[in-house]
Design a protein around this ligand. Structure first.
Ligand code: DX5
Ligand code: ZN
Length: 224
């Protein structure tokens, strides 16, 4: 297995935050050492749950000084990516399974001024990205079935991360691998050893009383 040459970034997911105090929660994880703020947009159609949309992304943008990473779990992403970029997303990811014209959506994200990512569900092979990989800033590997926080990590994604990292290095590309779902210190260690370098964590950060301790534990475990 081949680790990434990049520093590992920790990306708390606001899905697990207290929405009555969202600005304070965002400022708290940022002060606690978060590198990226992960925002989960769900449409109740692509995934069996609804979460938040444009106004909350815009509000998160106003509170956050760090990178805003918008994970679109929606169909018809092509109709929305420009507006999510305008709302202040620095990174925008779309699901391969939800985009029949994936190459075009990636180009739309870049043209709108955001960094494009593609998300793969647990069952989707990394080979789905072969012809778009060089256009991406990051690949987001789902390590749970998307739709809900607090689920158990699926270890079946580890070989996929390793194969994707090997392919990125073989092609000499500069693409980050982000992992989302069931990440805590132990799983962080495993996915980073396999080649991941951005770690999304919802309940493992916002579900604790000590955000700095939780982020440091994930980062420390990732360092091995
Ligand atoms: C799930 C979301 C995740 C979620 C992760 O569909 O994409 O970002 O917030 O939550 P945890 O870290 O609790 O598994
Ligand atoms: Zn997510």
């Amino acid at each position: 297995m081949m680790p990434s040459t990049h520093d590992v970034l920790v990306a708390p997911s606001i899905l697990a935050a207290d929405f009555t105090r969202l600005g304070d929660e965002i400022r708290a994880v940022e002060a606690a050492g978060a590198d990226v703020l992960h925002v989960d947009v769900m449409d109740g159609h692509f995934v069996p749950n609804l979460s938040i949309g444009l106004p909350v992304v815009a509000a998160a943008r106003r509170a956050a000084g760090i990178v805003v990473d918008t994970h679109l779990m929606i169909t018809n992403a092509d109709r929305y990516v420009e507006r999510y970029a305008e709302a202040g997303s620095d990174w925008i990811s779309v699901h391969a399974e939800a985009c029949p014209h994936l190459d075009r959506v990636i180009q739309q994200i870049r043209a709108a001024g955001a960094k494009p990512g593609v998300v793969l569900n647990p069952h989707t092979p990394e080979t789905a990205l072969e012809y778009v990989l060089d256009a991406l800033h990051y690949v987001l590997i789902m390590s749970v079935n998307p739709g809900f926080g607090g689920q158990r990590f699926l270890p079946s994604v580890l070989p996929k991360i390793a194969r994707l990292r090997a392919r990125i290095e073989q092609r000499g590309l500069d693409v980050r691998i982000e992992v989302d779902g069931g990440i805590g210190p132990e799983t962080a260690r495993q996915v980073v050893a396999a080649g991941a370098d951005v770690l999304v964590a919802g309940s493992a950060v916002f579900g604790t009383a000590d955000y700095a301790g939780a982020i440091a534990a994930i980062r420390g475990a990732a360092r091995g």
